[in-house]
Each structure stands twice: as C-alpha cells, then as structure tokens.
Design a protein around this ligand. Structure first.
Ligand SMILES: *[C@@H]1O[C@H](CO)[C@@H](O)[C@H](O)[C@H]1NC(C)=O
Length: 216
C-alpha cells in the first residue's frame, strides 16, 4: 500500500480515537450474532426477492469489519449507527440496488444516491491505492451512466464500506461526535444533518436494538 493511502486511512481514523480515548474505542469485531440479534431476518437469504443482491449476516460481518478498519470507525456507538443504517436501507442486506421506486445508480448497502456513488468511486480511485478502481474506470462508467458507476462500487468490499466512507468523508465532526456519544440526539443529528433524511421510527427501532447490545 502506498504512503498516500496509508496517510488517508491514518488521518481519517485519527479524530475518532484521539478525541475519545480508550473506552469508546471498540476493538472487538462486530459478530454475526450481534447482527442477527438486531435484525433476525439477516440470518438467511431464503426467499430473498433478488437473490443475487442478498447477503446473510454471516456474509456481511467480515466486510463490515473491514470497512470499519479501513475508515477508522472504532467507537461502538458509531459502528452501531452505521450497522443500523445499512440494515434499514438494504432491508437487512436483502438489497444493494434501489428497486422502490428504482432510481438508476442508487445502491450499495446504505442505498447511497447516484451523485454520492460517483464521489465515492472518484474518492476510492484517487485515495485508496489497491481499491481496484481506477480513475479511468470511473470516467468510463460515468460516460455510460449511473448504473455503471454503481456497479464499480457495489461489490462486497466497497458496497459494505460506503456508509463508513460517507461518515468519514461527507459528514462533519459534530455528526461524528454525536455517534461516538451513542445518544439518540446524536443519531437524529446524523440522519438529519448528514444523511439528509429523517429519524423515522423504523430507523430508530433498529438503532435502539443495536445500541442496547452495549458492545459486540
Ligand atoms: C481524496 O482525499 C482528500 C482528503 O480526504 C479529499 O480532499 C479529496 O477530495 C479526495 N479525492 C477525491 C477525488 O475524492
């Protein structure tokens, strides 16, 4: 890995753990049983409407842990929030493409909108050596359309990492602090000020179940 990529990972990962010394710095990996406790329907892909898009908790856990590592997401509260968002947006990992209504190019496990999938692809090409995504590929996909851009980032490696990237690269420090604090105010502020959505009951029910675990 080139120094630049290391620097980016380092600089992204610094604020969270530096601002909040050891206790909130969770080192235990997210477990399959934690995921199925929060969303029992993630245990299986039986009957998934789009089987090729479905991932079980067992499939998902290692990719989510790798994403946390890549983007320096160490606090339990932050990990729980990102997991909750992904579970909600992907229907417990049944989907990684938007079908309802079916916005072309919207997808990944946090159902990122097309404009952000383009930013994400560009970011990975520029800043993550070894991402497997080149600037040339991004430009080609962009000329073809949003569906092609989504395809670049929608494998397991990056499709499970987009929520973490979004928080690290698109949210402000206040939003990140609120998630580290694991408060409902922090969760609400993250959804409204950063994700640009509302704290609906569906979203918050999942988040409360995840937070209630206290740790992985
Ligand atoms: C690469 O990362 C830097 C620092 O985080 C950021 O300012 C820049 O916009 C990124 N490049 C792309 C193409 O997203």
């Amino acid at each position: 890995m080139k120094l630049k990529a290391l620097f980016v990972i380092f600089s992204l990962s610094m604020p969270v753990c530096m601002a909040t010394p050891v206790p909130p710095c969770n080192t235990a990996p997210l477990t399959v049983s934690a995921i199925t406790t929060v969303a029992s329907d993630s245990a299986s892909c039986d009957g998934a409407p789009f089987p090729a898009e479905c991932a079980t908790a067992t499939n998902a856990a290692p990719w989510i842990n790798l994403a946390f590592h890549t983007f320096g997401i160490h606090a339990f509260g932050t990990q729980a929030a990102l997991l909750s968002l992904m579970l909600f947006e992907s229907g417990s990992f049944k989907y990684n493409i938007n079908h309802y209504p079916g916005v072309p190019g919207q997808g990944t496990r946090n159902m990122q909108s097309p404009a952000f999938n383009l930013k994400y692809a560009e970011w990975l090409a520029a800043n993550m050596t070894g991402s497997g995504i080149s600037t040339q590929q991004v430009q080609k996909a962009q000329s073809e359309g949003p569906t092609q851009v989504l395809e670049l980032v929608n494998g397991d490696r990056w499709g499970f990492a987009s929520a973490a990237w979004f928080l690290a690269a698109q949210c402000d420090e206040e939003a990140r602090k609120g998630l580290v604090a694991a408060t409902e105010d922090g969760w609400n502020a993250y959804l409204t000020d950063c994700i640009g959505t509302t704290a609906t009951e569906g979203r918050t029910t999942i988040w409360k179940k995840a937070i209630a675990l206290g740790k992985w």
